[in-house]
Design a protein around this ligand. Structure first.
Ligand SMILES: [Zn+2]
Length: 167
């Protein structure tokens, strides 16, 4: 994989792995921006609609959005690039929940800390997902969870309640 490929694959892998562990639903993760699965300029299919979302859901979805740029920054060793569709998604998510600026800032810091912890805890899964994306370009959530579970004894934290990740 060349540097740009690795970067993109890890970015999308970051979104997907975060979504699995944050229990944010998605159907597919793909490298193909022209595919029918691409939505909102985003390559991960997530239901971003946040009407009536709980604080937990707001945080979880924001972590999923930020995990892409953060995983990418681990590879590039540069500051997190939150410009573009991911930042727009996070702004939309946070504004829908918290109109107050100060409260929004502290929520944003909490989301950043949570994202950093998640990406580091599941880095081996993100790298595997990046490799799967390199081979197949588009992965269904179900396929990805099944493959990661098969390999989880070797590569990282064991997803012991595997069945619940498949729901
Ligand atoms: Zn992204």
């Amino acid at each position: 994989m060349d540097e740009n490929t690795t970067r993109t694959n890890c970015h999308e892998g970051g979104h997907a792995v975060a979504a699995i562990f944050q229990r944010v639903p998605f159907e597919y993760v793909t490298l193909d921006s022209t595919s029918q699965w691409a939505q909102l300029g985003h390559k991960l299919l997530v239901d971003w609609a946040c009407d009536n979302a709980t604080l937990d859901q707001i945080v979880n979805r924001s972590v999923v959005a930020l995990a892409g740029p953060y995983a990418e920054s681990v590879i590039t060793r540069q500051a997190v690039d939150t410009s573009g569709p991911d930042r727009d998604a996070i702004c939309r998510i946070l504004q829908s929940y918290e109109p107050n600026h100060t409260a929004r800032d502290s929520l944003w810091r909490y989301i950043q800390d949570k994202t950093v912890a998640l990406v580091h805890a599941h880095w081996s899964f993100i790298v595997l997902t990046a490799e799967f994306l390199e081979q197949h370009r588009t992965l269904s959530r179900k396929w990805l969870v099944t493959e990661l579970f098969k390999l989880s004894n070797d590569v990282g934290p064991i997803m012991d309640d595997y069945a619940t990740y498949l729901c």
